[in-house]
Design a protein around this ligand. Structure first.
Ligand SMILES: NC(=O)c1ccc[n+]([C@@H]2O[C@H](COP(=O)([O-])OP(=O)(O)OC[C@H]3O[C@@H](n4cnc5c(N)ncnc54)[C@H](OP(=O)(O)O)[C@@H]3O)[C@@H](O)[C@H]2O)c1
Length: 282
């Protein structure tokens, strides 16, 4: 375990920094991104059935012949693969595409609003966990009420809740709730998808002689939240990893906390729902 790992509630170590690969669309892009990330010290890779690129990531990891035990691999159950049977079959397909015999973390990608479907999905994931096929199971985009449902209907407490988190969507109430339950928060779109022009962020970048991306990533990790910034550019992959050698002062953490607008860049988990085939209902 390195200094930049955190321990999940079941004792599994997860890197605080990982590479996101949403929209990394070609084998060439994936091969380069994974290689540059590995060289820069990333030991965690985040994909999803929904991204349609598990095979590209699997190929890239295979080509580089990276020792399996030295990296942390996350994928997510797609909207149309919820429910007991589909979780089990689609999980095996994910393993095949990723060319591995286990995942480090498997997440439910979106909760939707159907409690019974979530309970069935979680039951299958608990089985995969008990069978040692995944080292940890968790959720994504879950609100307190979705976490309450799982607490009542399941037996395993999710290890991770991966949610949108950047200064404009700080999720601080949810963060406190997750902490209380022993659930690690992980930030998706930590760079707000490249929208880094906020004046406060630019000012802090100047003050600390860092880039805007480094300021917002540091704010996340300093809050104890894991980050999975995505880039396919070498300089940015390196830049996004150089966040462990400086500290934001408490008043600057507060300044960043104060930028919250509550505007999501994607679906609102409060209302977002879909049918069993994954078609949007809202
Ligand atoms: N669970 C979920 O529902 C969910 C939803 C969305 C995303 N995710 C995961 O979270 C990961 C990250 O989120 P994201 O991809 O939406 O957004 P993000 O990481 O916040 O931002 C990625 C965007 O910022 C650009 N970028 C990267 N580094 C930069 C830098 N240093 N300076 C300026 N721009 C930079 C990238 O462009 P280039 O690639 O051209 O450098 C890309 O356009 C995803 O890849 C995925 O793995 C999960």
């Amino acid at each position: 375990m390195t200094n930049h790992d955190i321990l999940l509630n079941n004792g599994v170590a997860m890197p605080l920094l990982g590479l996101g690969v949403f929209r990394t669309a070609s084998q060439e892009e994936m091969d380069h991104a994974v290689q540059w990330a590995w060289e820069a010290g990333y030991r965690s890779f985040d994909t999803a059935q929904m991204y349609g690129n598990e095979d590209l990531l699997g190929n890239a990891l295979q080509t580089l012949a990276l020792p399996r035990r030295q990296f942390f691999l996350t994928s997510k159950i797609n909207l149309g693969n919820m429910g007991y049977r589909r979780v089990l079959s689609s999980f095996q397909e994910s393993l095949d595409r990723l060319q591995t015999d286990h995942l480090d973390l498997l997440l439910i990608h979106w909760p939707g609003q159907q409690r019974e479907r979530l309970a069935d999905t979680w039951r299958a994931m608990e089985e995969l966990y008990s069978a040692g096929k995944v080292r940890a199971i968790g959720v994504s985009n879950f609100l307190p009420r979705h976490l309450d449902w799982l607490a009542e209907d399941g037996t395993v407490v999710p290890a991770v809740n991966q949610v949108e988190r950047n200064p404009q969507m700080n999720q601080n109430h949810l963060l406190a709730f997750c902490r209380q339950r022993g659930i690690q928060m992980e930030a998706w779109s930590p760079l707000r998808r490249g929208d880094l022009g906020n004046g406060t962020v630019l000012g802090l970048a100047e003050k600390y002689c860092r880039t805007p991306a480094q300021i917002v990533l540091r704010w996340n990790v300093q809050s104890g939240v894991a980050v999975i910034p995505k880039s396919v550019h070498r300089e940015r992959i390196l830049e996004n990893a150089a966040i462990f050698d400086f500290t934001l002062e408490p008043e600057d953490m507060s300044l960043l906390d104060g930028l919250h607008t509550g505007r999501h860049t994607s679906h609102d988990p409060e209302t977002f729902d879909f049918d069993d085939e994954g078609n949007f209902l809202t």
